[in-house]
Design a protein around this ligand. Sequence first.
Ligand SMILES: Nc1nc2c(ncn2[C@@H]2O[C@H](COP(=O)(O)OP(=O)(O)OP(=O)(O)O)[C@@H](O)[C@H]2O)c(=O)[nH]1
Length: 365
Amino acid sequence: MSAAGAERTQSAAGADRTLCAAGAEPGVSAAVDAAPKPAAPPPRFTPAHLLTGFLGSGKTTLLRRMLSDPALAGAAVLINEFGEVGLDHDLLERIDETTVLLQSGCLCCTIRGELADAVRGLLDRRESGAIPAFDRLVIESTGLADPFPILSTLRADPIASQHFRIGATIATVDAVNGAAGLAHRAELRRQVAAADRIVLTKSDLVAPEAASALLARLAALNPAAVVRDAHDPACAPGWLIADADASPRDAVAPDHAHAHGVGAVAFAIEPQGAVDWTAFGVWLSMLLNRHGDGILRVKGILAIDGEDAPVAVHGVQRLVHAPTHMAAWPDGRRASRLVFIVEGIDPQAVRRSFACFVGGGRGVG
Ligand SMILES: Nc1nc2c(ncn2[C@@H]2O[C@H](COP(=O)(O)OP(=O)(O)OP(=O)(O)O)[C@@H](O)[C@H]2O)c(=O)[nH]1
């Protein structure tokens, strides 16, 4: 992979739409929008959507797409990340007060109380006018979360249940790793089981027959859900959030238990100074090639030698995605960080190998 060849996906237009989504005035249609309009009162029940899907399956990518659609212009976003160093809110590049990050636990168990608190906090701030009057909530869970306890928390919390109704639950399934994941990961099976909409991502990276087979398998696993390829124009944000058929399945877990990656560990490396891109690329490819089964996810924002803008890097098991240039450093802070979620791999060994091949790095988590 080459940083020079990285796609520049963060257009100025995209940034404008992000501001628009935050409730700030976009710089377009000024004449039409000149007269102040009274703010619409918040709906009696605000739809709350859960965006689930295994690690690296494309949740944040889909969320970015959704938030750039006018249908979600008034949405608040709550992101849960596994590990001490959260990156998704930075990768989302939507920095505003209606984007809330919940870190370091798994939404489905250890921080269920925090989910209820965060949701209540959003409601309070909406009521007091401290944040724009969001008319929808999207919760992006960690890739290791079981969706059922999250849905039941929203349903059972005395305050949340007075203000939210559960909207469509959306699950992303990665065409590259999905078939193996369905065989080996209980979390993924439960994410598929909970979904009203299943979105097959990364079909562009596999043979068409493999994508069709996985689409059919997903439809068979959850006949109540509608399954679409992320690249299908019909898989539009408006469809994703449209009311799903009333169904009790989001209240009832398939086997009255819950599952998530209990053995998974998150840690971060914070490289000091700019990273040599070639050395990093070789190191990451070798690491994933050799230990891809144990390295469930790598993602990072890196300062690269000779580049002003940060580069976002993603690895998902053995797959290394094309790096992308971000528009600017989140918070204006030029600080590289790489987050790993591993199973059966010693974080110290990864740190030592990084220090050896790429250069110094401060470890976290
Ligand atoms: N080629 C291709 N890459 C994709 C597609 N969807 C997502 N990706 C890439 O997959 C990588 C992971 O995507 P994310 O959206 O960060 O995945 P995630 O599910 O939010 O990851 P976690 O929050 O860590 O679980 C990124 O490099 C994306 O650009 C797709 O349809 N095709």
